[in-house]
Design a protein around this ligand. Structure first.
Ligand code: COI
Length: 331
């Protein structure tokens, strides 16, 4: 069997080598290039490909993979929102993702950022850098005094919930699909409106499905409490960025934690030092002292990266062997 992997980063390569060592009868080849229609032919002769989400995989990319003779496709990440799934199905692809590589990676990032925004750490850091060591007016809010509104109670939302609990905060949760553990704790409210009315900190842990796009907009922000904190470690397009900027400008929104941004493709995971950030709204957000922006790095830990590689290659090999993969994506 032969697997071809795209966009293997330097930090992933040791794990690919580890997997190869454990599977001496499988031929593994890889490139650091992202999969595009132009380089899909690199996979010719392989029985399956492994990629992850950084570019949209539109019909042209999927057709090019198909022409290269590929039909078994394993993602090293969770999200499938960048893929033309209809085209993949039409061309007979079988697809896998890695839905649980390390929910803790994302949840730990979220709780740390929540605490930082509530303590106004960025403002205090800015003051310290200038030698201004006065306390006021940079006073903190304690995590335990907040009600957290957790939207989406999948793997990541639930680990985040456990971390928030450890701080002693109150929790309300919303999800179309109820989880037993969350249900038993009595955290579910019946509507997003109820959650907006109660939450001091709102954290998004839902996928970018059509019905979720711009769920945080002028209308939903108007329903939130004054001084609300809005957190997005999920997908950028869940938030209408212009509405968020208006909420920050009016003072209604106390602060925001953003690990994703709706126009991040082609901007995050690249170096804009010297050149300047090529997106005015993102540049605006980055320079606000009550907004913490990270470039889609909540997932980016040694634990997570190793799991992403190992599980994706395992899935791909299972498909090549004609077996049921561990985590198929339903097409
Ligand atoms: C995901 O797993 O879906 C992420 O957002 C991580 C990123 C490497 C695509």
């Amino acid at each position: 069997a032969k697997i071809f992997a795209y966009s293997i980063r330097k930090d992933e390569a040791p794990y690919v080598e580890e997997w190869k060592k454990a599977h001496p009868d499988v031929e593994v080849e890889y490139t650091d290039a992202l999969l595009t229609p132009e380089n899909a032919n690199l996979a010719k002769g392989a029985d399956g490909v492994v990629t992850y989400q950084q570019l949209p995989y539109k019909a042209d990319t999927i057709e090019a993979l198909h022409e290269a003779g590929i039909s078994k496709w394993s993602l090293r990440n969770i999200g499938i929102d960048n893929i033309d799934l209809k085209k993949a199905k039409e061309l007979g692809f079988t697809l896998t993702n890695v839905p649980v590589y390390s929910p803790n990676a994302i949840a730990e990032h979220a709780i740390v950022q929540a605490a930082r925004i509530l303590r106004q750490d960025k403002r205090m850091d800015d003051k310290m850098a200038r030698g201004d060591m006065r306390w006021a007016p940079t006073i903190g809010r304690e995590v335990r005094d907040q009600t957290f509104g957790i939207i989406g109670t999948g793997h990541i939302g639930r680990v985040f919930m456990n971390l928030v609990e450890a701080f002693g905060a109150k929790i309300v949760a919303y999800d179309k699909f109820h989880n037993d553990e969350v249900e038993k704790k009595g955290y579910y409210v019946n509507s997003l409106d109820e959650l907006y009315a109660q939450a001091d900190v709102i954290s998004l842990h839902v996928p970018s499905l059509p019905e979720n796009i711009h769920m945080i907009n002028d209308e939903s922000i108007a329903k939130m409490k004054d001084d609300v904190v809005i957190m997005n470690v999920s997908r950028g397009d869940l938030i209408d960025t212009d509405a968020l900027l208006r909420g920050l400008d009016s003072g209604k929104v106390f602060g925001a934690v953003l690990d994703t941004y709706e126009d991040e493709v082609g901007i995050f995971n690249a170096n804009w030092d010297q050149k300047g950030v090529p997106d005015a709204r993102l540049d605006d957000l980055i320079h606000r002292d009550n907004v913490l922006v990270t470039p889609h790095t909540a997932f980016y830990t040694t634990h997570a990266v190793r799991e992403m590689v190992m599980q994706a290659f395992d899935n791909n090999l299972l498909m090549i062997q004609g077996k049921e993969p561990n985590t198929p994506v339903k097409l």
